[in-house]
Ligand binder design. Structure first.
Ligand code: DAH
Length: 337
């Protein structure tokens, strides 16, 4: 009995002092394992004289239970402590920005962001419209007549739903903005557009940025200034710029904007088709009929608008000669940006 008592004391004080799970396992084996002292004591019961068996058995079982409970409590305590320590060490602030971003921005995204930054710094706001657009906004209200070739099934992706199509340009965002806002308006609209077109410089889906200014004194010279200064900032060089008379149903007068070919320095090359000039956007004074189609009084307000192709600007800026490289996701191409 005294031996059992001393086993209890040493076991409990060992359990009290132990600090880790492996120490707990050792103690468990030492007392409760196959060769453990408690297990051995239990085996001795049958060798005792019958009158001592009951009392001794009761005592050993009591000590065994006590050791088991102390071990269990200790194990939980050690696990709790370990968790607390891990949390202290491994704590992460998930709201922090990534230390090193994974991947990189696509050249079209980079180009779009550069274009939009230039315009927002000039006071333009950014508007967006749907890619599945009303035929009315994409064509009719832009003064594009029913027999215009752009309306042909050969050029435009129509969808099953009557009166809807995949927008062929970002110009319908002009209509949406004029219908929902009062002038003065000064906005740019970036986005995807769709056309039945497919060759090294055309893709059935591409991006445009549209611009629209409507105010009481919007003028052609102001538009020239805005577009020329945009082009200088975008190409980071003083390029020659010319406004060439052109035609769009939604502007009058209309112009196409050319920049001096930066690839050959206007000497003539494959990219500028030996003309020395590269066409970069369309523009013009908003046709009064378009203002009226959007309930804007054309006796009071004037507008100018412009539209540019993002892939085209990106190809010229980076010196890329095939539009398809933007959509192939070839890492050797993408890693250069
Ligand atoms: N929407 C024309 C296109 O896709 C581009 C354009 C030309 C937009 C003249 C305009 C503009 O706003 O005034 O070819």
């Amino acid at each position: 009995m005294t031996e059992i008592e001393s086993i209890r004391e040493t076991a409990l004080s060992e359990i009290e002092r132990v600090k880790d799970l492996s120490g707990i396992q050792e103690i468990k084996a030492k007392y409760l394992g196959k060769k453990g002292s408690i297990t051995q004591a239990l085996k001795k019961i049958k060798d005792l004289p019958p009158q001592e068996r009951k009392e001794f058995g009761k005592k050993v079982n009591e000590v065994k239970k006590q050791i088991e409970e102390a071990l269990k409590a200790k194990e939980e305590e050690v696990k709790r402590e370990k968790l607390k320590e891990n949390l202290k060490r491994e704590w992460e602030d998930l709201t922090l920005p990534a230390f090193r971003p994974i991947g990189s921005l696509h050249p079209i995204t980079l180009t779009l962001r550069r274009i939009l930054n230039i315009f927002t710094s000039k006071g333009f706001s950014i508007k967006e419209g749907p890619e599945v657009e009303l035929e009315d906004y994409n064509f009719d209200r832009l003064n594009i007549p029913p027999d215009h070739p752009a309306r042909d099934m050969q050029d435009t992706f129509y969808i099953k739903k009557e009166g809807y199509l995949l927008r062929t340009h970002t110009s319908p965002v002009q209509i949406r903005t004029m219908l929902s806002e009062e002038p003065p308006i000064q906005m740019v609209a970036p986005g995807k557009v769709y056309r039945r077109d497919d060759d090294p410089t055309h893709s059935p889906m591409f991006h445009q940025v549209e611009g629209l200014v409507v105010s009481e004194n919007a003028s052609f010279p102001e538009m020239r200034y805005v577009i020329e200064s945009f082009l200088m900032e975008f190409f980071e060089e003083e390029l020659p710029v010319r406004f060439r008379t052109s035609y769009f149903p939604f502007t009058e007068p209309s112009a196409e904007v050319d920049i001096g070919c930066m690839i050959c320095g206007q000497k003539g090359c494959r990219v500028c088709k030996n003309t020395g000039w590269l066409e970069v956007m369309g523009c013009g004074m908003v046709h009064p009929a378009v203002l009226e189609n959007c309930n804007i009084d054309s006796d009071i307000f004037q507008g100018y608008a412009f539209g540019m192709g993002v892939e085209r600007l990106a190809m010229l800026y980076y010196g890329i000669d095939n539009i398809k490289t933007f959509y192939e996701n070839d890492l050797r191409f993408l890693r250069q940006f």
